[in-house]
Design a protein around this ligand. Structure first.
Ligand SMILES: [Zn+2]
Length: 55
């Protein structure tokens, strides 16, 4: 482990490395998805590229 480079916890994902999927419910989606709920999948944080830290 090197401490030559200072790293900070990624502010976008708070060090979680992934952006959690969000579920929303809208009447517009009734019949298109179960219970009219639409969810986005978890995705790798674009800010830190999944490292959880930024320089
Ligand atoms: Zn991040």
């Amino acid at each position: 482990m090197s401490e030559n480079e200072k790293q900070h916890t990624c502010p976008t994902c708070n060090g979680n490395k992934v952006i959690e999927g969000i579920c929303e419910t809208s009447s517009e989606w009734q019949g298109k998805s179960q219970d009219g709920q639409l969810c986005t999948p978890d995705q790798t944080c674009p800010t830190c590229n999944g490292s959880g830290v930024v320089k």
